[in-house]
Design a protein around this ligand. Structure first.
Ligand SMILES: [Zn+2]
Length: 339
């Protein structure tokens, strides 16, 4: 099969990889219909995360081609959406809703779903079948649920976005935009998107942002305070993962408010005393997308949400290298790869 392999930072190739086979009775082989490039794929691309001839990709939708003897909830031919984290969905941690911390957790990035096929372990606990075969138009929306929508949704839930709340979203990448969509769906009254890019501001407004703040850092915090009567937002979502964005999120959260942080924050150092005096509640980490998948699939199936608009460049898998370049140079927010 064909698949994306990153040889070294900045060196993305599409080449022949070995076809996956069933190794465990709980495995499924999925023929990938569509996959995409994630903001987090830029960490190795830019040399921040080690990379050496690594198969790439952790977002995927596709058709079940083969199942192991113990797979019970799926059949060959089912169209499935999968989380970017492998989970059994039966352990005590999974049953509490934190499938991304499953005792059997592995990351789909270790499999590499920017490829024609993928072996998904713990298929019952990781994959969710759609009600039927989706239309071509539905595929991008379902693909978004695999990571960015699920992650944005988790961030909004972790930040307790809900009825009557003012929600501020730090970050206008795909996850930040999905967090705006989620906050709107969860009933937030006011949604402040922090963004400097006109096209992303427009999409944020489409998804439900009521206010746009272009300032960053201390000025950004001051602006959020100004818009909230000096209090700060009830709910703040951190969807970037840099020092500035993280402390901007801490500063923008009101005392007793909630911060949901989902930006992968390799280099962030949190000054304890600043967190102490902020007096906020914080929850984050890799999103338990599996918790939300059944509901998100239904919302997409009903046409209630259109998360797939976040893909602003579609390329064939063979042109993945150009997709990485476009995202690295910020010419694209998120790239969908077709097969
Ligand atoms: Zn588990």
């Amino acid at each position: 099969m064909r698949g994306v392999v990153m040889y070294a930072p900045g060196d993305v190739r599409v080449e022949d990889r070995e076809d996956p086979t069933i190794l465990e009775p709980t495995d499924a082989i999925v023929r990938v219909t569509a996959t995409c490039i994630c903001g987090s794929d830029l960490w190795p691309y830019r040399g921040i995360e080690p990379v050496d001839h690594t198969p790439m990709g952790h977002e995927y939708v596709g058709v079940v081609e083969e199942i192991g003897a113990d797979v019970k909830t799926l059949e060959v031919g089912d169209f499935v959406v999968g989380s970017f984290v492998i989970s059994d969905n039966t352990c005590e941690i999974c049953r509490s809703g934190y499938q991304s911390q499953c005792v059997h957790r592995t990351f789909v990035s270790e499999i590499g779903t920017q490829a024609e096929k993928a072996r998904i372990p713990y298929a019952d606990g990781t994959l969710v079948a759609t009600p039927g075969a989706p239309s071509a138009e539905q595929v991008p929306h379902l693909l978004a649920a695999s990571d960015v929508l699920g992650t944005g949704w988790y961030a909004a839930v972790a930040a307790e976005a809900g009825l009557g709340k003012t929600v501020a979203v730090v970050g206008d990448g795909a996850v930040g935009l999905m967090a705006v969509l989620a906050a709107k769906q969860l009933g937030a009254e006011r949604i402040i998107a922090m963004s400097r890019h006109p096209e992303r501001q427009a999409l944020a407004r489409h998804y439900g942002a009521t206010d746009i703040v272009e300032e960053r850092g201390k000025e950004g915090v001051a602006k959020i305070k100004e818009l909230t009567g000096g209090l700060g937002a009830h709910s703040v979502i951190e969807a970037v993962g840099t020092q500035e964005s993280f402390m901007q999120a801490v500063g923008a959260t009101r005392g007793g408010g909630h911060m949901g942080y989902v930006g992968v924050n390799y280099e962030v150092k949190i000054p304890g005393i600043q967190l102490f005096f902020a007096g906020i509640r914080a929850e984050g980490g890799p999103a338990p997308v599996r918790r939300f998948l059944p509901d998100l699939i239904q919302l997409i199936w009903d046409g209630a949400i259109d998360p797939g608009k976040v893909f602003d460049l579609t390329l064939p898998l063979e042109d993945a290298a150009e997709g990485y370049r476009a995202m690295d140079e910020r010419r694209a927010t998120k790239v969908l790869l077709t097969l």
